[in-house]
Write a protein that binds this ligand. Structure first.
Ligand SMILES: [Zn+2]
Ligand SMILES: [Zn+2]
Length: 262
């Protein structure tokens, strides 16, 4: 039996649809051993309707901690999905030093002032090859920052199906190589299936590269509603097995443990 965890879940504390407690029964029904909440935290940007601000974090963590204490049929973990901004490492680090969580997921949503996943217009008139290179460089910088335990949807730039003009394999190789020295995990994010790309992140063709480069992995749903917790996980584990993976990364108090599939 695989020790299933889902560490990437959004509730009404950021852009999810439901109370955190509403995710517990579906998580148990999906056979998960741990569920972790990872609300968006986007520092340096005001008034986003999809993200918490710094001052929202404490009430959120108190809520999840209390849910964890009162839940016996599954372990409940506390996390955050934090936007990475190159050059702002110190500020993000100072903020993270003030809180206690089980893990921090680092995400690149922004390239400059705009996010890559808020509509295909972002890509209008832009060179797709250059966008892929910049996006992958930013994800590498997020990994190298040492701020994060897990890197989210590492090729989100695929979301609308735009493709570089040549095989992006070297980009994935460089990315995976950049993760290893910083001891950061990546996620197989199943929510891409519900987005325009209709497939997981990262591109399944390149999962083997992450295994060859010895990068630890988690399977995450990025659920924004209870019915999507643990969604498509069996397919995700099958893909990881085919790529060579035999163990999963689990987190507690910002420490990583590896648990074998069987
Ligand atoms: Zn995200
Ligand atoms: Zn997310």
């Amino acid at each position: 039996m695989i020790y299933k965890t889902d560490y990437h879940v959004h509730s009404r504390f950021s852009d999810g649809r439901s109370e955190p407690g509403d995710y517990i029964s579906p998580a148990v029904a999906a056979g998960l051993k741990e569920i972790g909440f990872s609300e968006h935290l986007t520092l340096f940007r005001e008034s986003l309707n999809w993200s918490m601000r710094g001052s929202d974090v404490k009430p959120y963590l108190d809520h999840i901690q209390s849910l964890s204490t009162n839940t016996t049929n599954i372990k409940v973990r506390t996390g955050l999905e934090v936007d990475f901004f190159p050059g702002k490492e110190k500020e993000i680090s100072s903020f993270l030093d003030t809180i206690n969580v089980d893990y921090v997921i680092g995400s690149v949503h922004y390239l400059g002032d705009l996010t890559v996943d808020m509509g295909p217009e972002f890509y209008d008139g832009k060179n797709i090859d250059t966008l892929f290179e910049i996006y992958f460089d930013n994800v590498s910088a997020a990994a190298a920052s040492g701020l994060f335990d897990i890197i989210a949807h590492c090729d989100l730039i695929r979301i609308y199906g735009f493709k570089p003009s040549s095989d992006p394999e070297p980009l994935y190789r460089k990315l995976a190589k950049s993760f290893r020295p910083h001891d950061v995990a990546f996620e197989l994010n199943t929510n891409g299936r519900n987005r325009p790309i209709m497939d997981f992140y990262p591109d399944r063709k390149y999962l083997k590269i992450f295994w060859e480069e010895n990068v630890p992995v988690c399977v995450n749903s990025d659920a924004h509603m209870p019915s999507r917790v643990g969604q498509y996980f069996d397919e995700a584990y099958d893909l990881l097995r085919s790529a060579g993976y035999k163990e999963m990364a689990v987190f507690k108090n910002r420490e990583r443990f590896m648990i074998p599939f069987e």
